[in-house]
Design a protein around this ligand. Structure first.
Ligand code: PMP
Length: 407
């Protein structure tokens, strides 16, 4: 294992030099989106400055160069996920788009009245609402795996929910609000015993955990590259080839067709069948540079460093009287959600911002999870590889100041 040079890593992220309210920025909102290293910024401007062209259909130099770079990104993501084929990598606008794609194509074609979909209590709204929309349309039933007070799913309760009626199990790999790592391999194995298909929401997992879709044997896996140092507005849906082939297309338009006549249209092959219209070319291209950047540091080195930050922060924050950490799973990533007695999370967010510290406050798009804990929201600090223990000290000092001002 390699010891990372955090000072040098910080120099790769120009935004960390920003001054906010007279203080050097402390950015602890990485679960919402991570900052981007210079190589990613350069890849975006490199595309627009030197080979901006629409892809796949052009035969001129720029179009070929852009197509080559775009498809190289697909192969990088294939390797990143260890997918069996690059045809199983569909570019989307993010996790939300990926889940909607599956609900609207696989779901609408293969699910009917009385079929059941299982999710967990800790899902992001983007892994709840698309299924509710499907249930409303098709008369399916949504079932929810309960969690314990530490924020872990209760596996026996999951087993009780499974039956021959279960058609889809859709579960978050890592909770954005709690940091919990779910035992997805076990969840997938169990679901498959009942012939159900499994989608994993990997929006948060991709930056912290090694993902091997073949080892997991998941049917679908969704990603948002902006949470792993890549650009916003692009993501991935991985799907097993036979499933993707069996699914109808999602959006109709250019690129996703083979031949169009007014009488009948035939559809393109994978992965293009699901990629109608001009995609987010620049950001797809730049995403590869983010993955290369992560690979150059080593994901296991990043995870180990982030874990040190988590332990440090958990110990330091727990010393603050009246502060309670929400989500104390045995297996968790570097996300720490907390509430403070008598102080509203929004006030914490505003007062920390005045000190240049960016945290997220509110329900984190997990309102049912907040209801489970009997709260309306939390303050959340989430750490990335460029964060430091000195910054955590600033957070602790900031919170003590908030407490002094408001209690
Ligand atoms: N699922 C989880 C667990 C997330 O954290 C997020 C982003 N906060 C999403 C889904 C949605 O991702 P996106 O907004 O990039 O579509």
């Amino acid at each position: 294992q390699k010891i990372l040079d955090i000072t040098s890593i910080r120099n790769d992220f120009p935004i960390l030099n920003e001054v906010v309210n007279g203080k050097q920025l402390v950015y602890f909102d990485n679960a919402a989106t991570t900052q981007k290293p210079q190589v990613v910024l350069d890849a975006i401007s490199g595309y627009y400055g030197h080979y901006n062209a629409n892809i796949h259909r052009g035969i001129h130099h720029l179009a070929e160069k852009a197509t080559g770079a775009f498809e190289q990104s697909r192969r990088s993501i294939q390797a990143f996920l260890n997918a069996a084929s690059s045809e199983e990598v569909i570019f989307t606008y993010g996790t939300t788009d990926s889940i909607n794609l599956v609900a609207q194509t696989y779901g609408r074609k293969f699910l009917g009245e009385g079929d059941e979909i299982i999710i967990t209590t800790m899902e992001h709204h983007s892994n709840i609402v698309p299924w509710q929309m499907l249930c409303e349309e098709k008369g399916c039933i949504l079932k929810v795996i309960p969690i314990n007070d530490a924020g872990e799913i209760i596996f026996e309760e999951y087993e009780k929910l499974l039956s021959e009626r279960t058609k889809i199990v859709s579960v978050v790999h890592v909770s954005n609000a709690l940091g919990t790592i779910n035992p997805v391999k076990k969840i997938i194995e169990k679901a498959h015993e009942f012939g159900a298909r499994v989608l994993i929401d990997g929006a948060q997992a991709c930056s912290h955990i090694d993902i091997d879709v073949q080892a997991l044997d998941c049917d679908f896996y969704s990603l948002s590259l902006h949470k792993i140092y890549g650009p916003t507005g692009m993501g991935v849906l991985y799907g097993k080839k036979d499933l993707l082939n069996a699914m109808p297309p999602y959006r109709g338009g250019g690129e996703m067709i083979k031949e169009v006549t007014f009488a009948k249209t035939t559809y393109n092959e994978l992965p293009y069948k699901f990629e109608a219209g001009t995609p987010n070319i620049a950001d797809v291209i730049a995403a590869r540079f983010a993955l290369d950047y992560v690979a150059s540091l080593g994901k296991e080195n990043i995870a180990s460093y982030e874990n040190e930050l988590l332990e440090y922060a958990t110990a330091a924050l727990s010393e603050i009287p009246g502060l309670k950490v929400i989500g104390q799973a045995k297996e968790k990533v570097s996300v720490i959600s907390f509430v403070m007695e008598g102080i509203h999370h929004q006030d914490i967010g505003v007062l920390l911002d005045q000190q240049g510290i960016a945290v997220r406050t509110g329900h984190h798009c997990t309102q049912p999870l907040m209801q489970r804990f009997g709260i309306t929201g939390t303050s959340r600090a989430s750490f990335a590889v460029y964060n430091t223990t000195e910054e955590i000290d600033k957070l602790v000092a900031g919170l003590l100041k908030v407490k002094k001002m408001l209690s």
